[in-house]
Design a binder for this molecule. Structure first.
Ligand SMILES: [Zn+2]
Ligand SMILES: [Zn+2]
Length: 330
């Protein structure tokens, strides 16, 4: 019977409906009127949407197991390791850095706006480094491996990525004075929206969301971020507000005539979990071994993906320049 209990716990944990079931059993719904209760009521939204997405795909016979297999396996791996390390990392950063904050803020609406802009900046820094520093790309590339977009991609991350992302984001926010309860609230909104922008074309064909696309980062922008088309590579690093993409000129709307191709640009097997998980680390190792001299070897770790000690670079920036100059002369 224990196996059924474990399965039941995993399923309610995945769906995030444990607290709601408790409320249902006790018949006491007063918790819904508390801040925590509201959070508990929102958390099942993404897993439920994922189930609807898969069901719709099955009904319309568009369900392809390979679109979900790798995200699912990565979810299982991460489920056990990542969460604990990440929570510990956040608490550690707050404990160490809170006394160095430039000033103190409180849980009010205007500090919420301030906190969100800072959080988005911190997210930009982490995400930009994840694409522009080869070692960090090794951690982030797992998330970019899937060749189709759907909500399960939300769960596809290398297990060390969450702690690394949270250390950078928490440190910047705490140093900028964002109050910890406010930070957790922002993290919750960011996590929910960050999951939703992975909604697949099955559920939402046009991810532009009309007018909303003018003010916030919609699924369409994040689909562009997951594309390997030269024009789309390394753009739209933000999560909910694309202000920092506009400031740092990485803002790229979806072009109607340019079909998105999901995935990463190197030759890989997106159906093989070892390639998805460790492929980039293996490539980095091979490049380092082949490079002459210690300096070149170290440069491979910190330079952008595609950088080569021979000078024959294939970075996203260069690939895009070629693409644009080809278009201009065509
Ligand atoms: Zn990315
Ligand atoms: Zn993503």
């Amino acid at each position: 019977m224990t196996i059924f209990h474990t399965l039941y716990d995993e399923l309610t944990g995945f769906l995030g409906i444990g607290p709601l079931l408790e409320m249902y059993k006790s018949g006491n719904y007063s918790a819904l009127f508390t801040f925590n209760g509201i959070l508990q009521a929102i958390s099942p939204v993404i897993p439920l949407l994922l189930l609807i997405e898969i069901t719709r795909a099955v009904i319309y016979k568009r369900f392809k197991i390979e679109d979900y297999k790798i995200p699912f396996l990565v979810y299982v791996l991460n489920r056990f390791i990542s969460r604990f390390v990440s929570i510990a990392a956040v608490l550690f950063c707050i404990g160490i850095l809170e006394k160095f904050a430039v000033f103190k803020t409180t849980f009010t609406w205007y500090w919420f706006i301030y906190g969100y802009v800072i959080w988005e900046f911190a997210h930009f820094v982490y995400h930009y480094l994840g694409h522009k520093v080869r070692l960090f790309w090794c951690l982030h590339s797992t998330h970019h491996a899937p060749t189709a977009m759907n909500l399960s991609v939300t769960y596809t991350h290398f297990f060390l990525e969450a702690p690394y992302a949270d250390v950078i984001r928490t440190s910047i926010c705490i140093l900028a004075g964002v109050n910890p309860p406010l930070l957790f609230f922002i993290m919750f909104i960011d996590g929910t929206w960050g999951a939703f922008i992975h909604v697949g074309e099955n559920i939402m064909k046009d991810g532009r969301m009309g007018f909303l696309g003018k003010i916030i980062l919609t699924p369409s922008f994040h689909r562009v971020h997951h594309a390997k088309n030269p024009l789309y590579m390394d753009t739209n690093f933000c999560n909910l507000l694309n202000i920092w993409d506009k400031v740092f000129r990485t803002y790229q709307p979806e072009q109607k005539e340019l079909q998105i191709e999901y995935g990463i640009s190197r030759e890989m097997n997106p159906g093989n979990i070892w390639d998805v998980y460790f492929g980039e680390l293996y490539c980095l190792w091979k490049d380092m071994m082949a490079a002459p001299g210690i300096l070149n070897k170290l440069l491979y770790i910190v330079m952008p993906p595609g950088w080569s000690h021979t000078g024959d670079h294939k970075t996203a920036k260069i690939v895009k320049q070629h693409y644009l100059s080809g278009k201009a002369s065509a």
